[in-house]
Design a protein around this ligand. Structure first.
Ligand code: SAM
Length: 291
């Protein structure tokens, strides 16, 4: 069985009456080196005992089979019920794999890991459906689940945004939000010709090493994230004007004082601010609100 051979994929899907669904972002890998390379990148240490992997969207199981070789336990969440009978055949020889027919966004991952993967070092690995890349990544990071590393393939354009530097065109609210939780690295690009059906865009595999401790220590995490939203609300406007969208109850005069306290000019643009600078600003707003 070669799950990356287009004729074999067609035979498997025809036999099982499966049809590709755009709404689920179904682009299956057809180059066997790629799932192997992604799966290898998801492993945190050379010592592989006591490790488990959560896969999002196994498709017909091409990467799941690679993960099953590397991990003691693999749990794969697949939303499309039509793929479940296919997976039960393609993964029949993999006793360490459990497939769950559920939407990953409906899973409480923290509870799931505590109940099912207690004592394992957990990684997440996926060729993500592009239509919900950012919600999935943010829900993984915000879940506070015990995850060590996330390795996912996403659209190249999104990978550029996640790893952008302050002041660049790609830098947006998602960049410092993710930096708070993880160290993000671009690993390698995968061209459209490696998928069936062929997507219109190039993909990039990205790793997220989850931080044990945040790189900054804001007085209020909720206020920090509110400040991030405020700073980026109006692109190409001054940070003072942009902040008004989230902090309409604070006067411009007081917001100017907060900016001064954070050693920022009111005319600076939000998209040039680092996570540390946004945190200083959020702390100044916190002090004002709690004075
Ligand atoms: N892993 C396979 C591969 O690399 O060939 C398939 C990857 S395909 C890009 C994305 C997969 O995610 C599909 O199997 C799709 O049905 C599944 N999927 C889409 N949305 C999902 C969700 N919310 N929860 C779980 N799986 C989802």
């Amino acid at each position: 069985m070669n799950l990356t051979n287009p004729s074999e994929i067609k035979a498997i899907i025809n036999e099982n009456g499966f049809s590709f669904k755009k709404k689920y972002g179904q682009n299956f890998l057809i180059n066997k080196e790629v799932p192997k390379k992604i799966a290898n990148a998801s492993v945190t240490e050379s010592e592989k005992t006591g490790c488990a992997c959560i896969e999002i969207g196994p498709g017909i199981g091409v990467m799941t089979r690679e993960l099953a070789e590397l991990y003691d336990k693999v749990v794969a969440f697949e939303i499309d019920s039509e793929l479940i009978p296919i997976l039960s055949k393609t993964l029949a020889d993999k006793n360490n794999v459990t497939v769950i027919n559920k939407d990953i966004l409906e899973i409480n991952l923290k509870e799931f890991i505590e109940e099912n993967l207690q004592g394992y070092k957990v990684s997440v690995c996926a060729n993500l459906p592009y239509y919900i890349t950012t919600p999935i990544i943010m829900s993984l990071l915000e879940s506070h689940a015990k995850i060590e590393r996330i390795v996912v393939m996403i659209q190249k354009e999104v990978a550029n945004r996640l790893t952008a530097k302050p002041g660049s065109n790609e830098y947006g609210s998602i960049t410092p939000s993710i930096e708070y939780y993880a160290v993000v690295k671009k690993l390698f690009d995968v061209s459209p010709g490696n998928f069936m059906p062929k997507p219109e865009v190039t993909s990039t595999v990205v790793s997220f090493d989850i931080r044990k401790e945040a790189p900054i220590n804001p007085k209020s995490k909720d206020l920090l994230f509110k400040t991030i939203r405020g700073v980026f609300a109006l692109r190409r406007k001054t940070v003072l004007n942009s902040l008004g969208s989230e902090f309409s109850h604070i006067s411009k005069e007081d917001l100017t004082k907060c900016l001064e306290e954070a050693k920022l000019s009111p005319s600076v643009r939000g998209e040039t601010l680092s996570l540390q600078q946004i945190s200083d600003l959020s702390d100044a707003i916190f002090s004002l609100m709690n004075a």
